[in-house]
Design a protein around this ligand. Sequence first.
Ligand SMILES: [Zn+2]
Ligand SMILES: [Zn+2]
Length: 428
Amino acid sequence: MSEKAQVQNVLANLGTLLPDLESVYKDIHSHPELSMQENRTAGIAADRLRAAGYEVTAGIGKTGVVGVLRNGDGPTIMLRADMDALPVLEATGLPYASNITTDQNGKSVPVMHACGHDMHVTWLIGAATLMANNRNAWRGTLMPLFQPAEETAAGAQAMIDDGLFKRFPKPSAILGQHVMVGSAGVVRTRSGVITSAGDSLQIRMFGRGAHGSMPQSSIDPVVMAAATVLRLQTIVSREVAPTDAVVVTVGSLQAGTKENVIPDEAVIKLNVRTFNEDVRKRVLAAIERIVNAEAEASGAPRKPEITPLDRYPFLENDPEATKQTVNAFRSYFPANRVQDTQPTTASEDFGSFGTEWQVPSVFWFVGGTDPETYEKAKKSGTIADIPTNHNPHFAPVIHPTLEAGVEALVVAAQAWLSIEARRNLKAS
Ligand SMILES: [Zn+2]
Ligand SMILES: [Zn+2]
């Protein structure tokens, strides 16, 4: 039987499984959970893996779940999905929209699966189930992993710190995927860096408070912070080569409580995205230099306090493993459904698994936008207007997005596990 036929065998039951997967997706979508609170979602994933015959370990890195299915001699392949949602008020108007609110640091916040991790969980449940039900089409060990807290960059590390590498077999490859704006069902990837590094910083700038009518007695942190924000914009325009893509976004600037009180301090929160380590170091150094110099220019009584918030590593696709995955995609999907992508300024902690375990990893995007809507937007140059991940209107179309992600995971896993794929690899 050819490699393609073995893949098709595994996927032959996808149609039968689809209504069930659709209800799993809608259920998870309407019950989103914030980072490190994914108890219900993790429970669903664990139950499904158990039912399919996996050995299941739950509670890794708080809510992480790992399944292991040993099916004879062969490589171990890890498939990863993230589970968390975001503090966003859903505005999709979908019949299965979330109306959940939850506690975040003592404050009640709305919660929405605005990044599509509900789709990721469903994809992985689907792929893990199909692989378990068709064990004669492959040999090796399949290891689906459900990760908490991707949105806070803490989840992958939490699982690693909880002994992931000691407790489970080292895989030959780690595979993951993300739903994104793009024609639904189209799979896009690239060799090398695919998502940027993300660095978030908090900067406290200190001044001296005074009555608003007596600026001579103050060192005004509002002006200090405002000048800093403007000067920070020159990093991208004046300090970085035009060929290096960088983002410096000040997403929060807070100072003062009242129009006639000059406050004591201002707090800036900013986010940086870069695609290589030299540029990253240069940008972070420039931020520090500008922040300190602006404080000094204002005569600040104290040096500013710069605190790193979260940090996402670069996500780099292994060239060999990417080639193997893309070849498998190309032999399964129609030509127009496998495309190259540019690196995106989104960030991901998926890369931590491969980097720290020293295992080649491959990550790809699956389009989730209604193909007609996407084509229209492309023609009119309005793709940027389609609600992206994290937008309250973000709503992947269920079909064919759901099928495509399950297919992509199975096809990619089978590039290592299918008996025929291994025979071909050995021969080449
Ligand atoms: Zn996200
Ligand atoms: Zn995401």
